[in-house]
Ligand binder design. Structure first.
Ligand code: PEP
Length: 256
């Protein structure tokens, strides 16, 4: 059975004190999670150690620590970067790769993302791989081909076992990220079904059924239930609504 995942991407927000308070509150107040449910906190690097300790102290194995980025190199002269081993030392198990902000603001290419994917898999990490089209591509009706190319450029060199054991896909239409404009439940379901179809064609139908596909882009306490009710939507990658327990807890509760 594939996992249902709600991952909070805090981006460059929250002090360590605010973040600690948030995680304590969320874990204490969260609904009973099913065996296949996972909640991930993707914190800034400076918060990882503190949040890891809080997660450990609560003793719930379904809450996990995530990072927002990782370099493709193991060590060396890469000022300002962080390596997979440094993240592992902090207790990180999930890493976001290919977020549109990294692609657009920091110029990360598909080839660079492919190298990061390989480095993370070699280190036995879980990858939240983001894909999603800009507005002009959606308006031109070319979103399916666009997303398919993002996946094939950075992921489809992997073998089936690597895909199944390490990859979660997060479909995040760029026009919906931080804008308050959410994809309709139909738009989300259509793209998720397309991604599953592509996985089935590239690998096989069992692999396509096993991979979790999350939706991201202005998902909130009001729309999460409808979005997650779609057959092919297995949870969400959440930005703004992950910063407060009042908005994040209902999203956790919306996992089916
Ligand atoms: C994101 O940046 O991954 C995201 C989904 O942001 P928001 O929920 O704020 O749109």
């Amino acid at each position: 059975m594939r996992k249902n995942i709600v991952a909070g991407n805090w981006k460059m927000n929250l002090s360590i004190a605010e973040a600690s308070n948030l995680v304590e509150t969320i874990i204490d107040a969260a609904p009973a999670l099913r065996e296949n449910h996972v909640v991930v906190f993707c914190t800034p690097f400076t918060h990882l150690q503190t949040i890891a300790k809080i997660i450990d102290s609560k003793g719930h194995s379904q809450f996990a620590l995530g990072a927002q980025n990782c370099n493709d190199q193991i060590a060396g002269a890469f000022t300002g970067e962080i390596s997979v081993n440094m993240l592992k030392e902090m207790g990180v198990t999930y890493v976001i790769i290919g977020h549109s902000e990294r692609r657009q603001l920091f110029g990360e290419s598909s080839d660079f993302l492919k190298k990061k994917v390989d480095t993370l898999i070699a280190a036995n990490m879980q990858i939240l791989f983001c894909c999603g089209e800009p507005l002009e591509i959606r308006n031109a009706g070319e979103q399916n081909q666009y997303v398919q190319k993002q996946l094939s450029d950075s992921l489809f060199h992997l073998d089936a076992a690597q895909m199944k054991n390490h990859i979660t896909i997060a479909y995040e239409p760029i026009w919906a990220i931080g804008t308050g404009v959410t994809a309709s439940t139909q738009q989300a379901q259509d793209m998720h079904a397309h991604i599953r179809h592509v996985l089935s064609e590239t690998y096989d139908s069992q692999l396509a059924a096993d991979i979790s596909i999350l939706y991201g882009g202005s998902c909130n306490a009001q729309n999460a239930e409808d979005l997650f009710a779609n057959e092919d939507v297995d949870g969400g990658l959440i930005g703004g609504a992950a910063l407060k327990s009042e908005t994040f807890l209902p999203i956790i509760s919306a996992m089916h």
